[in-house]
Design a protein around this ligand. Structure first.
Ligand SMILES: [Zn+2]
Length: 380
């Protein structure tokens, strides 16, 4: 039997193309908050079951390894506390992560500001600017509709001057089947929201005519600024209507000549729509696929969808990401697992003459950092 091709990717730097902020004093994280980091379930609802997931078991082993303790929640949290911020920083520093692209739209409470993250971590930290959070903040002012649209457009343009990408979570609200609406429909939806907020109701936007209109404004800002648009697709927390998060719903936008130049990054491997995402990256030049969330959650099993994605999509369109937040070590663990799953998938292809070994190493460099560096114009 042929020896499986073992590709050593440990020396290849990684750009984490989609993640979330650290929390302040992360070494003090509570047991409850820690457990919630390993589930997409609503806060607190999955704690009885999280210990039974591969994700947490794997993470505890990875953390315990570095800390020299037993792989239990209690032992790991105690050692983290004793080691303080410096130990967590050391673990991060050993991960070969050169840049984080941080979606500052979540968490809303307790997130470390990016300036502080830049001091805390030995890598570049770039902002990804979430458009719906911006819109919700502006709606609270209750401006007339046209003025609101002007303020929204101006805020996105200002953000595009420093953020490396804009991001939309419209999949979580009214779905990815975005279309153009009559201005009167969007204006009516806007006035309804303003009235609802004034009456003490929720500021959470779900009105499709308004959200679709804001999405189109974001596409316009991306076209003018050359910034890519990251779009949530596929799984996430139970708020998501997974049927509406299939990236194939984006086809009308991809076929619309107005938006032909806007690079769209479908997030989270679009899992479970990984085949759809790979197909899209293979046929529309402007579509890119981020591999975050699926990678740390699936761990070694991420090699299975990766084999098909690597076989179908151009390597210049596939990009590593974690979607983790809060603790420095999680970004590091995710990068380790990402390299391992990628190595496994590429090794499978090399064994079957799908790629030569040197081609596979080149693909690994692209997926781990070079595709993202080119797309987001990161300094190397
Ligand atoms: Zn995210």
């Amino acid at each position: 039997m042929r020896q499986p091709a073992a590709l050593d990717l440990s020396g290849i730097p990684a750009v984490d193309g989609h993640c979330h902020p650290l929390v302040a004093a992360s070494e003090e994280v509570s047991r409850e908050r820690f457990l919630d980091l390993f589930s997409e379930g609503r806060a607190g609802t999955m704690r009885a079951h999280v210990a039974q997931t591969g994700y947490l078991k794997r993470a505890l082993r990875g953390l315990a390894d570095g800390l020299g303790c037993a792989p239990t929640v209690e032992a790991v949290l105690e050692r983290r506390r004793a080691g303080g911020p410096e130990a967590a920083r050391r673990r991060f520093a050993g991960s070969g992560i050169t840049a984080l692209l941080v979606d500052t739209g979540y968490p809303v409470v307790g997130a470390m500001p990016l300036a502080e993250m830049r001091r805390a971590l030995p890598c570049a930290v770039h902002e990804v600017f979430r458009i719906e959070t911006c819109a919700q903040g502006l709606i609270a002012h209750g401006l007339p509709y046209e003025e609101f649209l002007g303020a929204f457009r101006a805020a996105l343009s200002a953000a595009a001057a420093h953020a490396v990408a804009l991001k939309s979570i419209i999949a979580y609200r009214s779905g990815l089947a975005v279309r153009t609406w009559e201005a009167a429909d969007a204006a009516r939806a806007y006035r309804d929201v303003v009235a609802r907020i004034k009456a003490g109701g929720s500021a959470r936007l779900t009105e499709k005519p308004l959200l679709d209109t804001l999405f189109e404004i974001a596409l316009g800002v991306c076209r003018e600024s050359g910034r890519p648009l990251q779009v949530h697709s596929g799984f996430g927390d139970p708020d998501v209507d997974l049927l509406q998060a299939n990236p194939l719903w984006l086809r009308p936008i991809l076929e619309d000549p107005r938006w032909g130049d806007v690079r769209i990054v479908v997030l989270h491997m679009s899992y479970p729509y990984a085949r759809e995402a790979a197909f899209m990256a293979a046929v529309w030049p402007q579509v890119y696929v981020d591999l975050s969330l699926a990678l740390p959650f699936l761990g070694p099993a991420a090699a299975l969808p990766l084999v098909e994605m690597l076989a179908l999509a151009p390597a210049s369109k596939l990009m590593y990401g974690s979607d983790v937040s809060a603790l420095p070590e999680l970004y590091a663990l995710s990068a380790d697992w990402g390299r391992a799953a990628l190595s496994e998938a590429l090794g499978w292809l090399v064994e079957r003459d799908g790629l030569t070994e040197s081609e596979a190493l080149e693909v690994a460099r692209q997926v781990l950092s070079e595709s993202a560096a080119a797309l987001y114009r990161l300094e190397r």
